[in-house]
Design a protein around this ligand. Structure first.
Ligand code: PRP
Length: 216
């Protein structure tokens, strides 16, 4: 049987992603190893797990360095990489929003400055609204931008809302909801079809069971 490699996102989605694979019986006890190493081989189950920056997961999958990956829908919509999105994993729920200080809500500035880690999503959103904006690309701590006058608003992900609250910002407009998705390399789905389909079925079972437990 072939080895299957999987790119998991570091950070806030890592624990849920690892738990999902363990509950599905696809990997055993990888959590303690992967927190120390970047690649962990599960020889018994013929799996290889790698831990990468969330923004890099689709790149590993598109190039076939990983057969499968777990990525937020937000990142998939931003990057539009060439891979298949096969399953909504129903965790990592958050929202893409326009946010800013309270005053920004009712101001109708032309050529508003928008700071964001998601320049393509932001550009498309304001283009569809017919608003002219200047997009300022940042790599993190985006909430700082309106506070120090780098931008009027931000386009960013909100999960608990704590970061916005702590920085005196509010949600001005919701753009779309996001959650974790399972993505697959296009060639791998053909060459390793049987194993990948088995994994998808097992993950789907766990996702459905969780959903039922939550809805009870
Ligand atoms: C994300 C996002 C917000 C924050 C929202 O950043 O860009 O800053 O989380 O989460 P909350 O609503 O639960 O407060 P991340 O933690 O990934 O760090 P970064 O700013 O360095 O990208």
């Amino acid at each position: 049987m072939e080895n299957i490699s999987i790119a998991l996102p570091k950070g806030r989605m890592a624990d849920s992603a690892i738990t999902l694979f363990e509950k599905a019986g696809i990997a055993e006890n990888i959590l303690k190893d992967i927190s120390r190493k970047l690649v962990v081989n599960d020889h018994k189950n013929l799996m290889k797990f790698m831990l990468v920056k969330p923004m890099d997961v689709p790149t590993y999958v598109e190039h076939g360095a990983a057969d499968l990956g777990i990525s937020g829908k937000d990142i998939l919509l931003e990057q539009k990489k060439d891979c298949y999105e096969v399953l909504d994993l129903k965790f990592g729920f958050c929202k893409m929003v326009v946010a800013g200080p309270k005053e920004a809500k009712d101001s109708f500035l032309t050529n508003k400055r928008v700071a964001t880690k998601f320049p393509n999503i932001a550009e498309e959103f304001f283009r569809q609204k017919g608003e002219n904006v200047e997009i300022i690309k940042l790599n993190g701590s985006v909430e700082l931008a309106p506070i120090v006058g780098l931008s009027e608003v931000i386009v960013d992900i909100v999960e608990t809302g704590n970061t916005l609250r702590e920085n005196g910002l509010i949600v001005i407009e919701e753009i779309f909801p996001s959650s974790a998705r399972l993505i697959v390399n296009k060639a791998s789905l053909k060459t390793k079809s049987q194993r990948i389909k088995e994994i998808i079925v097992k993950l789907k079972e766990v996702v459905e069971t969780f959903k039922e437990v939550k809805n009870d």
